[in-house]
Design a protein around this ligand. Structure first.
Ligand code: ZN
Length: 468
């Protein structure tokens, strides 16, 4: 059994291939993740994306890499409509400030705290650095100036546009042809652009603008995309290893980031682009407009432990869609409980490089190294939980070791579910009725539990309850 870490392979959106990770500096990996636009609560769909970044972060550290992880905070420049990055509509932060009667800085601080609290509830490790867009206006102006100097941008009345026709690689990441990309840009309000596909790097500030800064082109504010070019280059260097984000950021946000960064520096900046798929809710995309927004902090009121959501996210590969349903959350709750039971034994000090533990660990590392195959890693944890060639102590030690990546607090005591008076007795009677295959009695007991506000589901692990 070799102790050298397995070769990590990741699916690079840019090349559309799963490739070996080849860090610029051996043994050290630099990662940038596009963080939240802090004008409203992040929902569990957003959190799924940050969870996948966390699994990447934890996996690389588990495998022995030193990781430098930067995740930004977007507190300016993101216009109301994600797809139509145009001058139309107010800035998201400003709009929220107006609606809630607060300053843009208060809005950003409030929703940043809420987002980080949600991340903490599902054990997302803090990034090494969380730079704010408003702290990097100077860097954004400097990048814009360089793009003008290199004839990759042009000015119209204090607004600077990136000239897509001057950057032939535009569209390489998303696979969009330049002629098609104008579908995502509103022409009517940006009639001064040379090409409908061009996008703003810096915008002239109108009269009612709350957040604006002086620039060589007059008072203005940055476009949304330039911030990530400026912050990633400043904090990770002119070449770094991995850039992650949700699939919805692939175009235009990341396509535009590549154009800006590579245009300004004249060489590739990011080696690997990773994109996480959507979370759906009962098969519908989770979006504010659809009215199906759930926060991580809302989960306990729905009867779920936030870590059951983390478990649910691990059951799907990050490049697959995942549906959030009651049935899936009940199954996750039950799976989480099973792993906790297996991790509960006193493990003492065991040498994990002894057989047969070493073989299980090696399989765990192989699963994660295979483009972060968390469903396989989780299945392996369950295999360990009931493996006949392991002792209780060995099972507990291995599962706690795996938890360095799974991040499920498996060694924490089981959270107590507070049940109303009488519910525990009814549950016990129902379990006996089911064991005796007396389904009429079992159903009647389920009804009585429902009257007490306790919802019961049957899973392979037994009865699972949730409070209504
Ligand atoms: Zn970004």
């Amino acid at each position: 059994m070799s102790d050298s870490p397995p070769q990590v392979r990741l699916h690079n959106t840019l090349t559309r291939r799963t490739e070996p990770l080849d860090p610029i500096e051996p043994g050290r990996v630099t990662i940038y993740t596009c963080g939240s636009t802090v004008y409203k609560y992040a929902h569990i769909g957003n959190l799924r994306t940050y969870l996948f970044g966390d699994v990447l972060h934890r996996t690389l550290e588990y495998l022995g890499y030193e990781v430098r992880y930067v995740k930004n905070i977007t507190d300016v420049g993101h216009m109301r409509d994600d797809q139509l990055d145009s001058l139309s509509g107010p800035d998201k932060i400003e709009l929220a400030a107006e609606t809630e009667g607060k300053s843009p800085a208060e809005i950003a601080a409030f929703y940043t705290d809420a987002w980080l609290e949600d991340e903490r509830l599902i054990n997302i490790l803090p990034a090494d650095l969380m730079p704010k867009a408003t702290d990097h206006i100077g860097e954004m102006i400097e990048l814009t100036r360089r793009l003008l100097e290199r004839s990759l941008a042009y000015e119209v009345d204090g607004t600077i546009y990136f000239d897509v026709s001057a950057f032939p690689a535009y569209g390489r990441l998303s696979g969009q042809k330049v002629e098609e990309t104008h579908a995502g840009h509103r022409v009517d309000v940006e009639a001064d652009k040379r090409n409908p596909a061009d996008f703003a790097l810096w915008k002239h500030a109108g009269e009612h603008r709350l957040m604006s800064w002086p620039s060589p082109w007059g008072e203005g504010f940055p476009g949304w995309h330039i911030e990530c070019s400026a912050m990633s280059i400043k904090h990770l260097g002119e070449r770094f290893d991995i850039h992650t984000g949700g699939i919805d950021l692939k175009f235009p946000h990341h396509e535009d980031e590549i154009a800006q960064s590579e245009g300004a520096l004249g060489h590739p900046v990011v080696s690997v682009w990773l994109h996480g798929e959507f979370l759906t809710m009962d098969d519908a995309k989770m979006a504010k407009s659809a009215g199906n927004i759930i926060r991580v902090a809302d989960l306990p009121a729905m009867g779920y432990e936030p870590l059951a959501f983390r478990y649910l996210a691990l059951t799907a590969h990050y490049r697959s869609k995942l549906d959030f349903t009651d049935a899936a959350m009940h199954a996750a709750t039950s799976g989480l409980a099973k792993l906790r039971r297996a991790a509960a034994s006193e493990s003492g000090t065991l040498d994990l490089s002894d057989e047969p533990m070493a073989t299980y660990r090696s399989r765990f590392r192989d699963a994660l190294s295979d483009d972060l195959a968390t469903p396989r890693a989780l299945a392996l944890a369950h295999e360990v939980a009931s493996a006949s060639d392991l002792t209780d102590r060995q099972r507990a030690a291995l599962i706690r070791d795996f938890d360095r990546v799974l991040g499920l607090s498996l060694d924490a005591p089981q959270p107590e579910t507070v049940l109303p008076d009488g519910a525990a007795e009814l549950l016990e009677r129902r379990a006996k009725a089911r064991a005796a295959r007396d389904f009429a009695a079992s159903d009647a007991l389920r009804d009585r539990l429902e009257e007490l506000g306790v919802e019961v589901r049957d899973t392979p692990e037994g009865q699972v309850t949730a409070r209504r």
